[in-house]
Design a protein around this ligand. Structure first.
Ligand code: NDP
Length: 291
């Protein structure tokens, strides 16, 4: 069994992007990070994105409107960033406060600056296999992890558990694409799937994106399968100073001995999400500059 080291692979990708950005003459790529309010998880995610951008040499701008911002005000802030020629990528940190319509805000971002890949145009380009679009960062990161771990999906049966717009659905589309590294046969499972355990047992590659701690147990995994754990769940742990620990959607200790390769939590898929955001930002810069 081989543990897929997401920290190392993300660090490799970040080093490659840093070298690429260093070769760019003149203006650096610029990422606008919009965070509404002070939700602690969002504060920490946006900080991490800013730090990683700085490490690569990507300029970042923080826009921190108060939680009281209205839909119209937030959309007008996005309009300003769309119109600003010095901004290449726009990220609006999810989740937004409940009074705001997240989908409408994402759709307001110019598709060519939508480095999170949530705009309907980019979701459409993903379905059409148009490489000028932006794929959402977590599934794109999973594809990169697999490719850099030597896993060729061609002809393999991938079972994705979870059909969210952020992870499950775009990953299924990416794995299904007719291009080297992809070409998987994909099954997508969800809460209404009948006989889920039996389906997962037929998978050469299992991707768990459910949001339920240790949902995938050893009896659901075919020996030799590749197991990708997207889940990030906090479970109470009085032994920890924080009072909790992070666990994935896979029962790691029992599943790992069966798997040929497996991602840990933390240190698997998580670090790739931020790295792919940076990759998309550099791509947006090049596309906007016309090469
Ligand atoms: P969502 O809650 O949007 O989607 C969860 C999916 O799991 C849904 O499709 C749901 O089915 C399905 N599901 C829930 N319960 C069951 C069940 N009992 N049996 C089968 N399917 C079930 O979650 P996300 O996709 O946003 O996130 C999934 C996990 O990944 C979370 O732990 C999240 O924290 C983590 N995550 C990690 C990221 C990273 O960077 N590593 C990035 C994004 C997410 P249905 O559609 O029927 O409700």
């Amino acid at each position: 069994m081989e543990v897929i080291d997401g920290n190392r692979i993300a660090a490799d990708l970040i080093a490659e992007l840093k070298a690429e950005v260093a070769r760019i003459p003149g203006r650096r790529p610029c990422l606008a990070l919009v965070r509404v309010g002070d939700d602690p998880a969002s504060v920490s995610y946006v900080r991490k994105k800013g730090l990683t951008a700085a490490e690569i040499g990507i300029e970042s701008r923080n826009l921190l409107p108060p939680v009281s911002i209205t839909q119209a005000e937030l959309e007008s802030l996005v309009d300003g960033l769309n119109a600003d020629p010095a901004v290449d990528g726009i990220l609006v940190q999810s989740p937004l406060p409940a009074h705001l319509d997240e989908r409408a805000v994402f759709a307001r971002i110019s598709p060519e600056k939508d480095v999170d890949g949530f705009h309907p145009v980019n979701v459409g380009k993903l379905a059409q296999e148009d490489a000028s679009g932006f794929a959402s960062c977590t599934p794109a990161g999973i594809m990169e992890l697999l490719a850099r771990s030597g896993v060729d999906l061609a002809g393999k049966h991938m079972v994705v558990i979870g059909r969210s717009l952020i992870v499950g659905k775009p990953l299924a589309l990416l794995a299904l694409q007719k291009r080297p590294g992809a070409n998987a046969t994909v099954t997508v499972c969800h809460s209404r799937t009948a006989g889920l355990a039996a389906l997962v047992r037929t998978a050469d590659v299992v991707v768990a994106a459910i949001g339920r701690p240790e949902f995938v147990t050893a009896d659901m995994v075919k020996p030799g399968a590749v197991v990708i754990d997207v889940g990030i769940n906090r479970v109470a742990d009085p032994a920890k100073k924080s009072g909790y620990r992070l666990v994935g959607d896979v029962a790691y200790a029992a599943v790992a001995p069966l798997a040929s390769r497996i991602t840990p939590v933390p240190g698997g898929v998580g670090p790739m999400t931020v790295a792919m955001l940076m990759k998309n930002t550099v791509k947006a810069f090049h596309l906007r500059k016309g090469g």
